[in-house]
Ligand binder design. Structure first.
Ligand code: NAD
Length: 493
Protein backbone atom coordinates (compact mmCIF):
# COMPACT_ATOMS: atom_id res chain seq x y z
CA UNK A 1 0.00 0.00 0.00
CA UNK A 2 1.23 3.51 -0.88
CA UNK A 3 2.19 5.80 1.95
CA UNK A 4 2.81 9.49 1.39
CA UNK A 5 5.22 11.44 3.62
CA UNK A 6 3.62 13.32 6.52
CA UNK A 7 2.40 16.73 5.38
CA UNK A 8 3.88 19.38 7.68
CA UNK A 9 3.01 23.04 8.00
CA UNK A 10 5.60 25.62 6.99
CA UNK A 11 5.41 28.73 9.12
CA UNK A 12 8.02 31.46 9.52
CA UNK A 13 10.78 29.34 8.02
CA UNK A 14 9.99 26.22 10.09
CA UNK A 15 8.53 22.92 8.96
CA UNK A 16 6.36 21.83 11.83
CA UNK A 17 3.39 20.02 13.29
CA UNK A 18 0.21 21.79 14.23
CA UNK A 19 0.03 23.37 17.67
CA UNK A 20 -1.22 20.58 19.91
CA UNK A 21 -0.09 17.95 17.42
CA UNK A 22 -3.45 17.36 15.71
CA UNK A 23 -3.47 15.54 12.38
CA UNK A 24 -6.01 14.39 9.82
CA UNK A 25 -6.01 11.51 7.34
CA UNK A 26 -5.22 11.86 3.66
CA UNK A 27 -7.53 9.49 1.78
CA UNK A 28 -6.67 7.86 -1.54
CA UNK A 29 -9.42 8.41 -4.13
CA UNK A 30 -8.41 5.03 -5.61
CA UNK A 31 -8.93 2.90 -2.52
CA UNK A 32 -10.76 5.01 0.03
CA UNK A 33 -7.93 4.13 2.42
CA UNK A 34 -5.64 6.37 4.41
CA UNK A 35 -2.40 7.06 2.54
CA UNK A 36 -0.93 9.73 4.76
CA UNK A 37 -1.26 12.12 7.66
CA UNK A 38 -1.39 15.89 7.53
CA UNK A 39 -0.97 18.44 10.28
CA UNK A 40 -4.30 19.95 11.27
CA UNK A 41 -3.51 23.67 11.60
CA UNK A 42 -5.17 25.53 14.45
CA UNK A 43 -6.21 29.17 14.49
CA UNK A 44 -2.98 29.84 16.40
CA UNK A 45 -0.94 28.36 13.53
CA UNK A 46 -2.78 30.39 10.88
CA UNK A 47 -2.31 33.50 12.96
CA UNK A 48 1.43 32.80 13.21
CA UNK A 49 1.67 32.37 9.43
CA UNK A 50 -0.12 35.68 8.81
CA UNK A 51 2.09 37.47 11.34
CA UNK A 52 5.24 36.03 9.73
CA UNK A 53 4.20 36.99 6.21
CA UNK A 54 3.29 40.52 7.34
CA UNK A 55 6.59 40.97 9.14
CA UNK A 56 8.59 39.61 6.18
CA UNK A 57 6.84 41.99 3.81
CA UNK A 58 7.18 45.06 6.03
CA UNK A 59 10.69 44.59 7.37
CA UNK A 60 12.78 42.77 4.74
CA UNK A 61 13.96 43.67 1.25
CA UNK A 62 11.92 40.85 -0.35
CA UNK A 63 9.63 43.20 -2.27
CA UNK A 64 12.42 45.46 -3.51
CA UNK A 65 15.36 43.13 -4.12
CA UNK A 66 14.29 41.73 -7.48
CA UNK A 67 17.58 40.01 -8.23
CA UNK A 68 17.52 38.04 -4.97
CA UNK A 69 13.87 37.11 -5.46
CA UNK A 70 14.29 35.86 -8.98
CA UNK A 71 17.41 33.86 -8.04
CA UNK A 72 15.54 32.14 -5.19
CA UNK A 73 12.48 31.39 -7.32
CA UNK A 74 14.79 29.87 -9.96
CA UNK A 75 16.47 27.69 -7.34
CA UNK A 76 13.03 26.71 -6.05
CA UNK A 77 12.06 25.66 -9.59
CA UNK A 78 15.15 23.42 -9.81
CA UNK A 79 14.14 21.69 -6.61
CA UNK A 80 10.69 20.99 -8.05
CA UNK A 81 12.38 19.51 -11.12
CA UNK A 82 14.40 17.20 -8.89
CA UNK A 83 11.17 16.12 -7.19
CA UNK A 84 9.12 15.34 -10.30
CA UNK A 85 8.52 11.74 -9.25
CA UNK A 86 7.19 12.79 -5.84
CA UNK A 87 4.95 15.41 -7.42
CA UNK A 88 3.56 12.70 -9.67
CA UNK A 89 2.92 10.41 -6.70
CA UNK A 90 1.04 13.16 -4.90
CA UNK A 91 -1.09 13.87 -7.99
CA UNK A 92 -1.97 10.18 -8.22
CA UNK A 93 -2.57 9.32 -4.58
CA UNK A 94 -4.08 12.56 -3.29
CA UNK A 95 -5.90 14.02 -6.31
CA UNK A 96 -6.67 10.69 -8.01
CA UNK A 97 -4.83 11.50 -11.24
CA UNK A 98 -4.44 8.52 -13.57
CA UNK A 99 -0.86 7.85 -14.67
CA UNK A 100 -1.59 8.90 -18.27
CA UNK A 101 -2.79 12.28 -16.98
CA UNK A 102 0.05 12.92 -14.53
CA UNK A 103 2.52 13.96 -17.16
CA UNK A 104 0.03 16.25 -18.79
CA UNK A 105 -2.09 18.65 -16.78
CA UNK A 106 -0.77 17.60 -13.40
CA UNK A 107 3.01 17.87 -13.51
CA UNK A 108 4.35 18.79 -16.96
CA UNK A 109 1.89 21.55 -17.69
CA UNK A 110 2.32 22.94 -14.19
CA UNK A 111 6.12 23.06 -14.35
CA UNK A 112 5.99 24.41 -17.92
CA UNK A 113 3.73 27.14 -16.60
CA UNK A 114 6.37 28.01 -14.00
CA UNK A 115 8.97 28.32 -16.78
CA UNK A 116 6.58 30.56 -18.70
CA UNK A 117 6.24 32.82 -15.67
CA UNK A 118 10.04 33.10 -15.47
CA UNK A 119 10.17 33.91 -19.19
CA UNK A 120 7.48 36.61 -19.13
CA UNK A 121 8.77 38.20 -15.93
CA UNK A 122 11.14 40.42 -17.92
CA UNK A 123 8.19 41.87 -19.84
CA UNK A 124 6.73 43.52 -16.75
CA UNK A 125 7.05 47.29 -16.74
CA UNK A 126 8.08 48.15 -13.21
CA UNK A 127 8.34 51.81 -14.17
CA UNK A 128 5.93 53.32 -16.67
CA UNK A 129 6.70 56.72 -18.16
CA UNK A 130 3.46 58.72 -18.43
CA UNK A 131 5.22 61.70 -20.02
CA UNK A 132 4.82 65.36 -19.13
CA UNK A 133 1.69 67.46 -18.65
CA UNK A 134 1.12 71.08 -17.70
CA UNK A 135 -0.85 71.90 -14.56
CA UNK A 136 -1.07 75.07 -12.44
CA UNK A 137 1.57 76.85 -14.54
CA UNK A 138 4.17 74.08 -14.29
CA UNK A 139 5.15 71.11 -16.46
CA UNK A 140 5.02 67.86 -14.51
CA UNK A 141 6.87 64.68 -15.27
CA UNK A 142 4.83 61.55 -14.32
CA UNK A 143 6.13 58.10 -13.53
CA UNK A 144 4.17 55.00 -12.55
CA UNK A 145 5.97 52.72 -10.11
CA UNK A 146 4.73 49.16 -10.00
CA UNK A 147 4.94 47.67 -6.51
CA UNK A 148 4.12 44.40 -4.83
CA UNK A 149 0.70 44.51 -3.16
CA UNK A 150 1.80 42.96 0.13
CA UNK A 151 0.68 39.80 1.93
CA UNK A 152 -1.17 37.29 -0.25
CA UNK A 153 -3.47 34.51 0.96
CA UNK A 154 -3.52 31.87 -1.79
CA UNK A 155 -6.45 29.45 -1.37
CA UNK A 156 -6.44 26.50 -3.77
CA UNK A 157 -8.62 23.50 -4.76
CA UNK A 158 -7.82 19.81 -5.07
CA UNK A 159 -8.42 19.07 -8.74
CA UNK A 160 -5.09 20.11 -10.28
CA UNK A 161 -3.32 21.21 -7.12
CA UNK A 162 0.23 21.57 -8.41
CA UNK A 163 -0.91 23.65 -11.38
CA UNK A 164 -3.04 25.99 -9.31
CA UNK A 165 -0.52 26.28 -6.48
CA UNK A 166 2.18 27.27 -8.97
CA UNK A 167 -0.20 29.65 -10.73
CA UNK A 168 -0.54 31.65 -7.52
CA UNK A 169 2.59 31.10 -5.45
CA UNK A 170 5.17 31.66 -8.20
CA UNK A 171 3.42 34.75 -9.57
CA UNK A 172 2.99 36.30 -6.13
CA UNK A 173 6.59 35.60 -5.06
CA UNK A 174 7.98 36.94 -8.35
CA UNK A 175 5.88 40.07 -7.91
CA UNK A 176 7.52 40.63 -4.51
CA UNK A 177 4.65 39.63 -2.26
CA UNK A 178 4.89 37.40 0.77
CA UNK A 179 2.53 34.44 0.68
CA UNK A 180 0.46 32.08 2.79
CA UNK A 181 -0.61 29.07 0.72
CA UNK A 182 -3.77 27.28 1.91
CA UNK A 183 -4.36 24.10 -0.12
CA UNK A 184 -7.58 22.06 0.01
CA UNK A 185 -7.99 19.44 2.78
CA UNK A 186 -8.00 16.69 0.12
CA UNK A 187 -4.53 17.64 -1.15
CA UNK A 188 -2.40 18.89 1.75
CA UNK A 189 0.69 17.02 0.57
CA UNK A 190 0.82 19.04 -2.63
CA UNK A 191 0.91 22.12 -0.42
CA UNK A 192 3.37 20.69 2.09
CA UNK A 193 5.95 19.98 -0.60
CA UNK A 194 5.94 23.71 -1.42
CA UNK A 195 6.97 24.36 2.18
CA UNK A 196 9.65 21.67 2.24
CA UNK A 197 11.26 22.88 -0.96
CA UNK A 198 11.01 26.53 0.06
CA UNK A 199 12.96 25.65 3.19
CA UNK A 200 15.53 23.84 1.08
CA UNK A 201 15.76 26.76 -1.36
CA UNK A 202 16.51 29.08 1.58
CA UNK A 203 13.68 31.59 1.39
CA UNK A 204 13.94 34.22 4.15
CA UNK A 205 11.73 33.36 7.14
CA UNK A 206 8.11 34.39 6.71
CA UNK A 207 8.30 35.12 2.98
CA UNK A 208 6.42 31.93 2.22
CA UNK A 209 4.16 29.88 4.50
CA UNK A 210 1.87 26.88 4.10
CA UNK A 211 -1.12 26.04 6.33
CA UNK A 212 -3.87 23.47 5.94
CA UNK A 213 -6.35 21.60 8.06
CA UNK A 214 -9.25 19.19 8.11
CA UNK A 215 -11.77 22.04 8.30
CA UNK A 216 -12.14 23.35 4.73
CA UNK A 217 -13.07 26.87 5.83
CA UNK A 218 -11.16 27.71 9.03
CA UNK A 219 -7.77 28.82 7.67
CA UNK A 220 -9.27 30.35 4.52
CA UNK A 221 -11.76 32.46 6.45
CA UNK A 222 -9.02 33.68 8.76
CA UNK A 223 -6.97 34.79 5.75
CA UNK A 224 -9.98 36.49 4.16
CA UNK A 225 -11.00 38.43 7.26
CA UNK A 226 -7.59 39.40 8.63
CA UNK A 227 -6.62 43.03 7.96
CA UNK A 228 -2.92 42.03 7.76
CA UNK A 229 -3.61 40.15 4.51
CA UNK A 230 -3.76 42.47 1.49
CA UNK A 231 -4.99 40.19 -1.25
CA UNK A 232 -6.81 36.87 -1.51
CA UNK A 233 -6.10 34.82 -4.59
CA UNK A 234 -8.72 32.09 -4.68
CA UNK A 235 -9.41 29.20 -7.02
CA UNK A 236 -12.41 27.07 -6.25
CA UNK A 237 -16.16 26.94 -6.43
CA UNK A 238 -18.32 29.95 -7.23
CA UNK A 239 -20.22 29.56 -3.94
CA UNK A 240 -17.08 29.89 -1.84
CA UNK A 241 -15.85 32.69 -4.13
CA UNK A 242 -18.98 34.72 -3.34
CA UNK A 243 -18.52 34.11 0.37
CA UNK A 244 -14.92 35.32 0.11
CA UNK A 245 -16.08 38.57 -1.51
CA UNK A 246 -18.62 39.08 1.28
CA UNK A 247 -16.22 38.22 4.07
CA UNK A 248 -13.45 40.28 2.52
CA UNK A 249 -15.60 43.42 2.32
CA UNK A 250 -15.09 44.75 5.87
CA UNK A 251 -11.32 44.94 5.29
CA UNK A 252 -11.78 45.95 1.60
CA UNK A 253 -9.74 42.94 0.64
CA UNK A 254 -8.43 42.73 -2.90
CA UNK A 255 -9.90 39.52 -4.24
CA UNK A 256 -8.82 37.63 -7.29
CA UNK A 257 -11.20 34.77 -8.07
CA UNK A 258 -10.85 31.80 -10.42
CA UNK A 259 -14.15 29.97 -10.16
CA UNK A 260 -16.23 27.28 -11.77
CA UNK A 261 -17.36 26.76 -15.34
CA UNK A 262 -19.90 25.06 -17.58
CA UNK A 263 -18.22 25.75 -20.86
CA UNK A 264 -19.77 25.05 -24.25
CA UNK A 265 -18.13 23.42 -27.23
CA UNK A 266 -19.99 24.38 -30.40
CA UNK A 267 -19.49 22.17 -33.42
CA UNK A 268 -20.71 23.95 -36.54
CA UNK A 269 -22.11 21.93 -39.43
CA UNK A 270 -19.12 22.86 -41.60
CA UNK A 271 -16.50 21.76 -39.04
CA UNK A 272 -13.55 20.48 -41.09
CA UNK A 273 -13.64 17.21 -39.20
CA UNK A 274 -17.09 16.92 -37.66
CA UNK A 275 -16.62 13.35 -36.38
CA UNK A 276 -13.33 14.13 -34.67
CA UNK A 277 -14.68 17.33 -33.14
CA UNK A 278 -17.71 15.62 -31.67
CA UNK A 279 -15.86 12.45 -30.67
CA UNK A 280 -13.00 14.21 -28.87
CA UNK A 281 -15.44 15.99 -26.55
CA UNK A 282 -16.09 12.87 -24.47
CA UNK A 283 -15.49 14.04 -20.94
CA UNK A 284 -13.04 11.58 -19.46
CA UNK A 285 -9.69 13.28 -18.79
CA UNK A 286 -9.15 13.37 -14.99
CA UNK A 287 -12.76 12.20 -14.68
CA UNK A 288 -14.00 15.58 -15.92
CA UNK A 289 -12.65 17.40 -12.86
CA UNK A 290 -11.39 20.49 -14.63
CA UNK A 291 -12.74 23.99 -14.31
CA UNK A 292 -12.15 24.70 -18.01
CA UNK A 293 -13.54 21.45 -19.43
CA UNK A 294 -16.11 21.76 -22.20
CA UNK A 295 -18.97 19.98 -20.50
CA UNK A 296 -21.81 21.19 -22.77
CA UNK A 297 -21.55 19.95 -26.34
CA UNK A 298 -23.67 21.93 -28.79
CA UNK A 299 -24.34 20.22 -32.13
CA UNK A 300 -26.57 21.24 -35.05
CA UNK A 301 -30.07 19.76 -34.93
CA UNK A 302 -29.63 18.70 -38.57
CA UNK A 303 -26.74 16.43 -37.54
CA UNK A 304 -27.90 15.43 -34.06
CA UNK A 305 -28.50 11.75 -34.81
CA UNK A 306 -25.10 11.53 -36.51
CA UNK A 307 -23.48 13.21 -33.48
CA UNK A 308 -25.08 10.66 -31.15
CA UNK A 309 -23.68 7.80 -33.19
CA UNK A 310 -20.23 9.40 -33.22
CA UNK A 311 -20.35 9.81 -29.44
CA UNK A 312 -21.50 6.25 -28.93
CA UNK A 313 -18.54 5.13 -31.05
CA UNK A 314 -16.07 7.35 -29.18
CA UNK A 315 -17.25 6.20 -25.76
CA UNK A 316 -17.23 2.61 -27.05
CA UNK A 317 -13.65 2.99 -28.17
CA UNK A 318 -12.66 4.48 -24.80
CA UNK A 319 -14.43 1.48 -23.30
CA UNK A 320 -13.38 0.29 -19.92
CA UNK A 321 -9.83 1.58 -20.30
CA UNK A 322 -9.85 3.71 -17.17
CA UNK A 323 -9.63 3.39 -13.42
CA UNK A 324 -6.47 1.28 -13.08
CA UNK A 325 -3.92 3.06 -10.91
CA UNK A 326 -1.01 1.12 -12.40
CA UNK A 327 -1.88 1.54 -16.08
CA UNK A 328 0.26 4.28 -17.68
CA UNK A 329 -2.15 4.59 -20.61
CA UNK A 330 -5.15 5.51 -18.48
CA UNK A 331 -6.13 9.18 -18.41
CA UNK A 332 -9.16 8.75 -16.16
CA UNK A 333 -9.24 7.58 -12.56
CA UNK A 334 -11.71 8.07 -9.73
CA UNK A 335 -13.29 11.31 -8.61
CA UNK A 336 -11.57 12.85 -5.63
CA UNK A 337 -13.77 11.86 -2.71
CA UNK A 338 -16.88 10.05 -1.56
CA UNK A 339 -18.60 13.41 -1.25
CA UNK A 340 -17.73 14.25 -4.86
CA UNK A 341 -18.84 10.81 -6.06
CA UNK A 342 -22.21 11.26 -4.36
CA UNK A 343 -22.55 14.73 -5.80
CA UNK A 344 -21.86 13.52 -9.34
CA UNK A 345 -24.24 10.58 -8.93
CA UNK A 346 -26.86 13.03 -7.65
CA UNK A 347 -26.54 14.99 -10.90
CA UNK A 348 -26.85 11.80 -12.95
CA UNK A 349 -30.09 10.95 -11.13
CA UNK A 350 -31.26 14.52 -11.62
CA UNK A 351 -30.57 14.35 -15.37
CA UNK A 352 -32.84 11.32 -15.64
CA UNK A 353 -35.55 13.04 -13.60
CA UNK A 354 -35.30 16.13 -15.80
CA UNK A 355 -36.04 14.01 -18.86
CA UNK A 356 -32.61 13.81 -20.48
CA UNK A 357 -31.65 10.50 -22.14
CA UNK A 358 -28.61 8.57 -20.94
CA UNK A 359 -26.56 7.72 -24.03
CA UNK A 360 -23.79 5.97 -22.08
CA UNK A 361 -22.73 5.34 -18.49
CA UNK A 362 -24.55 6.63 -15.45
CA UNK A 363 -23.23 4.26 -12.80
CA UNK A 364 -20.94 4.18 -9.82
CA UNK A 365 -18.37 1.43 -10.39
CA UNK A 366 -17.37 -0.32 -7.14
CA UNK A 367 -15.87 -3.11 -9.25
CA UNK A 368 -12.98 -0.71 -9.99
CA UNK A 369 -11.88 -0.68 -6.36
CA UNK A 370 -12.70 0.72 -2.95
CA UNK A 371 -12.37 4.31 -4.16
CA UNK A 372 -14.72 6.72 -5.88
CA UNK A 373 -15.34 5.57 -9.44
CA UNK A 374 -18.04 7.08 -11.65
CA UNK A 375 -18.15 5.78 -15.21
CA UNK A 376 -17.95 8.06 -18.26
CA UNK A 377 -21.47 9.36 -18.74
CA UNK A 378 -23.22 11.21 -21.54
CA UNK A 379 -26.71 12.70 -21.62
CA UNK A 380 -28.44 13.56 -24.89
CA UNK A 381 -31.80 15.27 -25.51
CA UNK A 382 -30.71 17.90 -23.05
CA UNK A 383 -32.21 21.37 -23.06
CA UNK A 384 -30.21 24.30 -21.81
CA UNK A 385 -32.65 25.10 -19.02
CA UNK A 386 -32.09 21.75 -17.29
CA UNK A 387 -29.97 21.92 -14.15
CA UNK A 388 -27.53 19.39 -15.64
CA UNK A 389 -26.91 21.95 -18.40
CA UNK A 390 -26.58 24.92 -16.06
CA UNK A 391 -24.72 23.63 -13.00
CA UNK A 392 -21.12 22.56 -12.75
CA UNK A 393 -21.06 18.80 -12.15
CA UNK A 394 -17.27 18.46 -11.92
CA UNK A 395 -17.31 14.81 -12.94
CA UNK A 396 -17.22 12.71 -16.13
CA UNK A 397 -20.65 13.82 -17.31
CA UNK A 398 -21.15 15.40 -20.74
CA UNK A 399 -24.45 16.95 -21.81
CA UNK A 400 -25.32 17.27 -25.50
CA UNK A 401 -27.66 20.04 -26.62
CA UNK A 402 -29.04 20.52 -30.16
CA UNK A 403 -29.19 23.97 -31.78
CA UNK A 404 -30.95 25.37 -34.88
CA UNK A 405 -28.37 27.76 -36.36
CA UNK A 406 -25.33 29.84 -35.38
CA UNK A 407 -27.46 32.47 -33.61
CA UNK A 408 -29.13 29.75 -31.57
CA UNK A 409 -25.78 28.17 -30.70
CA UNK A 410 -24.45 31.53 -29.51
CA UNK A 411 -27.58 32.13 -27.45
CA UNK A 412 -27.36 28.70 -25.79
CA UNK A 413 -23.63 29.02 -25.10
CA UNK A 414 -24.18 32.43 -23.49
CA UNK A 415 -27.23 31.40 -21.48
CA UNK A 416 -25.08 30.32 -18.58
CA UNK A 417 -24.10 32.05 -15.39
CA UNK A 418 -20.54 30.91 -16.10
CA UNK A 419 -17.99 32.06 -18.70
CA UNK A 420 -14.64 30.36 -18.20
CA UNK A 421 -13.68 28.63 -21.46
CA UNK A 422 -15.29 27.18 -24.56
CA UNK A 423 -14.68 26.10 -28.09
CA UNK A 424 -16.04 26.33 -31.59
CA UNK A 425 -15.17 24.28 -34.64
CA UNK A 426 -16.11 25.19 -38.17
CA UNK A 427 -14.77 27.02 -41.21
CA UNK A 428 -12.32 29.59 -39.82
CA UNK A 429 -14.16 32.87 -40.46
CA UNK A 430 -17.49 31.52 -39.33
CA UNK A 431 -15.95 29.95 -36.20
CA UNK A 432 -14.13 33.21 -35.41
CA UNK A 433 -17.37 35.16 -35.77
CA UNK A 434 -19.00 32.83 -33.23
CA UNK A 435 -15.96 32.95 -30.91
CA UNK A 436 -16.10 36.75 -30.78
CA UNK A 437 -19.66 36.63 -29.45
CA UNK A 438 -19.27 34.12 -26.63
CA UNK A 439 -19.02 35.70 -23.19
CA UNK A 440 -16.12 33.74 -21.82
CA UNK A 441 -12.51 34.10 -20.72
CA UNK A 442 -11.03 31.82 -23.38
CA UNK A 443 -12.32 30.34 -26.59
CA UNK A 444 -10.63 27.62 -28.58
CA UNK A 445 -11.21 27.87 -32.34
CA UNK A 446 -10.79 24.58 -34.17
CA UNK A 447 -9.17 23.11 -31.07
CA UNK A 448 -6.56 25.85 -30.71
CA UNK A 449 -4.89 25.69 -27.30
CA UNK A 450 -5.58 28.85 -25.34
CA UNK A 451 -4.45 27.66 -21.93
CA UNK A 452 -0.70 28.09 -21.31
CA UNK A 453 1.54 29.69 -18.73
CA UNK A 454 2.51 32.63 -20.94
CA UNK A 455 -1.02 33.86 -21.63
CA UNK A 456 -3.75 35.07 -19.26
CA UNK A 457 -6.46 32.73 -18.02
CA UNK A 458 -9.60 33.60 -16.13
CA UNK A 459 -13.33 33.97 -16.18
CA UNK A 460 -16.18 36.24 -17.18
CA UNK A 461 -19.41 36.37 -15.17
CA UNK A 462 -19.68 33.82 -12.32
CA UNK A 463 -16.40 32.21 -13.41
CA UNK A 464 -14.45 34.87 -11.60
CA UNK A 465 -12.45 38.03 -11.87
CA UNK A 466 -8.79 38.69 -12.53
CA UNK A 467 -6.31 36.73 -14.60
CA UNK A 468 -3.81 34.05 -13.69
CA UNK A 469 -0.69 33.21 -15.77
CA UNK A 470 1.19 35.37 -18.22
CA UNK A 471 2.31 38.93 -17.49
CA UNK A 472 -1.24 39.70 -16.34
CA UNK A 473 -1.02 36.87 -13.81
CA UNK A 474 2.03 38.45 -12.15
CA UNK A 475 0.65 41.97 -12.36
CA UNK A 476 -2.43 40.85 -10.37
CA UNK A 477 -0.12 40.89 -7.34
CA UNK A 478 1.09 44.44 -7.93
CA UNK A 479 -0.27 47.94 -7.79
CA UNK A 480 0.73 51.17 -9.51
CA UNK A 481 1.92 54.18 -7.55
CA UNK A 482 2.07 57.48 -9.46
CA UNK A 483 4.81 59.96 -8.72
CA UNK A 484 5.18 63.34 -10.41
CA UNK A 485 7.58 66.27 -10.15
CA UNK A 486 7.77 69.67 -11.80
CA UNK A 487 10.32 69.98 -14.61
CA UNK A 488 9.72 73.59 -15.70
CA UNK A 489 7.28 76.39 -16.24
CA UNK A 490 4.30 75.84 -18.55
CA UNK A 491 3.89 78.18 -21.53
CA UNK A 492 1.23 80.78 -20.66
CA UNK A 493 -2.02 79.95 -22.52
P1 NAD B 1 -14.04 24.74 -2.93
O1 NAD B 1 -14.56 26.08 -3.30
O2 NAD B 1 -14.88 23.86 -2.10
O3 NAD B 1 -12.66 24.90 -2.13
C1 NAD B 1 -11.57 25.61 -2.65
C2 NAD B 1 -10.67 26.04 -1.52
O4 NAD B 1 -11.37 26.95 -0.67
C3 NAD B 1 -10.21 24.91 -0.61
O5 NAD B 1 -8.87 25.16 -0.22
C4 NAD B 1 -11.14 25.03 0.57
O6 NAD B 1 -10.60 24.48 1.76
C5 NAD B 1 -11.29 26.53 0.68
N1 NAD B 1 -12.50 27.00 1.36
C6 NAD B 1 -13.67 26.33 1.56
N2 NAD B 1 -14.55 27.12 2.21
C7 NAD B 1 -13.94 28.31 2.41
C8 NAD B 1 -14.33 29.54 3.02
N3 NAD B 1 -15.55 29.70 3.54
N4 NAD B 1 -13.46 30.55 3.03
C9 NAD B 1 -12.23 30.42 2.49
N5 NAD B 1 -11.78 29.27 1.90
C10 NAD B 1 -12.63 28.24 1.87
O7 NAD B 1 -13.62 24.05 -4.30
P2 NAD B 1 -13.03 22.59 -4.52
O8 NAD B 1 -14.16 21.63 -4.34
O9 NAD B 1 -11.78 22.41 -3.72
O10 NAD B 1 -12.60 22.66 -6.07
C11 NAD B 1 -13.49 22.51 -7.12
C12 NAD B 1 -13.93 23.87 -7.65
O11 NAD B 1 -12.79 24.62 -8.06
C13 NAD B 1 -14.77 23.75 -8.90
O12 NAD B 1 -15.86 24.63 -8.83
C14 NAD B 1 -13.83 24.17 -10.02
O13 NAD B 1 -14.45 24.67 -11.17
C15 NAD B 1 -13.01 25.19 -9.33
N6 NAD B 1 -11.73 25.37 -10.04
C16 NAD B 1 -11.55 26.53 -10.76
C17 NAD B 1 -10.38 26.73 -11.47
C18 NAD B 1 -10.16 28.00 -12.27
O14 NAD B 1 -9.02 28.28 -12.61
N7 NAD B 1 -11.18 28.76 -12.57
C19 NAD B 1 -9.37 25.77 -11.43
C20 NAD B 1 -9.56 24.61 -10.69
C21 NAD B 1 -10.77 24.44 -9.98
Amino acid sequence: MTTLPDAKLYIDGKLRDATGGGTFDVISPWTGETVGKAADATAEDVNAAIAAARRAFDTTDWSTNTEKRVALVKKYRELFEANRARLGDLAVHEAGAALGAVNKAHVDMALDGWDDYMAVFDKIDWEVDYGEKPAFGMIHKRLGLREAIGVVGAITPWNVPLYVNIGKVVAALLAGCTVILKPAPDTPGMGAIFGELAKEAGFPDGVFNVVFGADPALAGEMLVTDPRVDLISFTGSTGVGKRIMEQGAPTLKRVFLELGGKSAKIVLDDAPNFAMDVGMTILVFHAGQGCAVQSRLLVPKSRYEEAKMILQGAYGQFGDNWGDVSNPAHIMGPVVSKRQMERVKGYIDLGKEEGATLLVGGNIRPDKGGGYFVEPTCFVDVTNDMRIAQEEIFGPVLVVIPYEDDEDAIRIANESSYGLSGGVSGSHDRAMAVARRIKTGSMSVNNGMCIAGDIPFGGFKASGMGREWGVEGIEEYTDIKMVAWPVGMAEPA
